[in-house]
Design a protein around this ligand. Structure first.
Ligand SMILES: C[S@@+](CC[C@H](N)C(=O)[O-])C[C@H]1O[C@@H](n2cnc3c(N)ncnc32)[C@H](O)[C@@H]1O
Length: 317
């Protein structure tokens, strides 16, 4: 119990939402957690695309990366409750579009793929295709993406969220993310539509918040907006949740979502500065907010990498 006995930080965001943050390799944290002890995981591992993190070297060989992916997903599957959910966010590089699908395949021996959700970061909608009821005055282009200068690839405005479960039979609270029917007049005719909302489906438009300066406002190269884990957790069903985990916590977007929703969180990261920010953000979420997504500037990392991660990275170089 070396890691579990020594959390890096514990945070009480509110009466019903506590966060426990572990500084270390998530494989070590998984190894110490009891089997079937976590309801929901919402996470985004490194994508092995050479992203420049503070500490982690995102440059394993493809074979090592997929072997490691299989290892951590097997460890996560052991810890997940039988009716639990693992929401696994993975993006791709236009020049290597298989990455996300390879990661999903690596999970196949361990968990069932119950849903595929498409996180849409940016979308263009023509006024003519929306109908008069939408009331658009002009065509719409919303959200942020990194433009690609290429004659071969289109701009990448989307990432996957694979919803894995132990049996493929986890019950969801589909209407927690309900979308109001456009025409309410006939709604009561359908029993499932009595609430006036329909299931949102598997395309979720969630733009990044606009930031002025990355180093000050979002000092991490690969975060997701907190609305993404928030929607995953609500879809799983808030009444079925004791604890949510993010084994790759980063700046704690999932921890922030837990604070907003009043549920407990446990997280791990190998980078002390990211983890410190994550704990601060979760704590701040429990008190009245001034600038919710804003975090303080970070110093350059001086932390060391856990032994197991260092060994993996050394064999990759
Ligand atoms: C894609 S980022 C996660 C970002 C997070 N979803 C957010 O919104 O802030 C991946 C994170 O995994 C961390 N990491 C890499 N290897 C790890 C390991 N073996 N155990 C725990 N964390 C690790 C990196 O430091 C990085 O912060």
């Amino acid at each position: 119990m070396a890691i579990l006995r020594n959390p890096y930080r514990s945070v009480k965001a509110s009466r019903t939402s506590e966060g426990t943050f572990y500084l270390g390799d998530c494989l070590d944290v998984f190894a110490e957690l009891p089997a079937h002890s976590v309801d929901v995981m919402v996470t985004s591992p490194p994508y092995n695309m050479g992203i420049r993190y503070n500490t982690y070297q995102d440059t394993l060989s493809q074979a090592d990366y997929l072997a490691w992916t299989s290892d951590w997903i097997a460890a996560a599957a052991r810890v997940l409750k039988p009716e639990g959910s693992l929401f696994l966010n993975v993006g791709t590089r236009p020049s290597d579009p298989w990455t996300a699908l390879d990661v999903a395949q690596a999970a196949r021996p361990h968990l069932k793929l119950q849903n595929i959700i498409h996180w849409v970061k940016s979308i263009a909608i023509e006024r003519a295709s929306t109908g008069a009821a939408a009331g658009l005055a002009r065509d719409l282009a919303v959200g942020h993406y990194k433009p690609i200068n290429s004659e071969r690839y289109v701009n990448d405005c989307h990432e996957f969220v694979f919803h894995f479960t132990p049996q493929g039979s986890t019950l969801l609270d589909r209407l927690a993310l309900g979308v109001p029917y456009q025409d309410q007049s006939n709604v009561a005719r359908w029993q499932s539509a009595g609430s006036g909302v329909r299931c949102r489906g598997n395309t979720w438009f969630i733009p990044y918040e606009t930031i002025q300066r990355r180093d000050r406002d979002r000092p991490h190269p690969a975060t997701f907006p907190s609305r993404l884990p928030e929607q995953c957790i609500r879809l799983h069903g808030l009444s079925n949740i004791d604890v949510v985990m993010d084994p790759f916590t980063g700046l704690g977007s999932t921890a922030v979502a837990c604070a907003r929703l009043g549920v407990n969180f446990i997280g791990a990261d190998i980078d002390e500065q990211y983890l410190a920010e994550a704990a601060d953000r979760m704590k701040a979420e429990g008190t009245p907010r001034v600038l919710p997504e804003r975090v303080t500037r970070m110093k350059k990392a001086t932390v060391s990498v856990p032994a197991r991660v260092a060994a993996r990275q050394a064999s990759a170089s």
